[in-house]
Design a protein around this ligand. Sequence first.
Ligand SMILES: [Zn+2]
Length: 300
Amino acid sequence: MPEPIKITFLGTGAAIPSLRRNHPAILLHYGGDYILFDCGEGTQLQLQKARVSPMKISKIFITHWHADHFAGILPLIESLHLSRRKKPLEVYGPEASRFIDALIELSYWGIGFEIIAHDCDEDKKIEKIFENDSYEIYAIKVIHSVPAFGYALKEKDTWNIDVKKAKKFGLTGIQMKKIKERGKIKIKNKVIKLEQVAKKRIGRKITYSGDTMPCKELFEFSKEADLLIHDGTFAEPMEKERPHSSAAEIAKLSKKYKIKKLILTHLSRRYKTTDEVLNAAKSIFKNTEVAKDMMKIILK
Ligand SMILES: [Zn+2]
């Protein structure tokens, strides 16, 4: 069974927060990893509501340095420091080191843990910025009023050995392990390929756009993604062009690029309910939801 990927929308508003919508922050929980995408003002309290200790967070991916997307970092660092954190905290983003240095300058503390800033390369459209045994994280350059990135988590493909088949080929337990590592194995002068005894499971793909106008590269990379969390600031395109997206435009692209599920977030304060944004998208792309604060979804 694949590891469930749990996503909690801590904040789903745009620009000015409201009692209903906090500033942007999305928590992703995969195996033992707790990752934050954006960390707007109030993220700590939202984490408390979600009953997740901020001490568990290992990485924060900031889409861009507008305060609504990062102002929660400073108080979060303060709390981690007071909780005697020792584990390093990694922060990714465009010019992350410059902004993290500036944030640290703003306080009197001697922080008892390391903050490692990773600058996403603004000259690259798509860059792999992290990899472990289970997944990779990519930064995708998007189109906003300041340097901005979307992020995609791409789970690695895995092979599940069909033990019955493998035994037919005469493979022992150790040889099954070896064939998984090497892709093939030689037994009695006969080469057995992994695909002959195993089934491939395609890894899941999740993309978060951050703030952006509709961005072709983001959609190309997210083709057939299991989940796309996208800027849905407006229901329909605005008369005057804004550096954001509308639900209608994103729904069209989600259909074109065969996205499996779309969740729109970062809603403008002008919408008192989700109806307008949801209806604008759903009439084009059925599998759409509009995020709400503290909404949780699990990808199995
Ligand atoms: Zn924003």
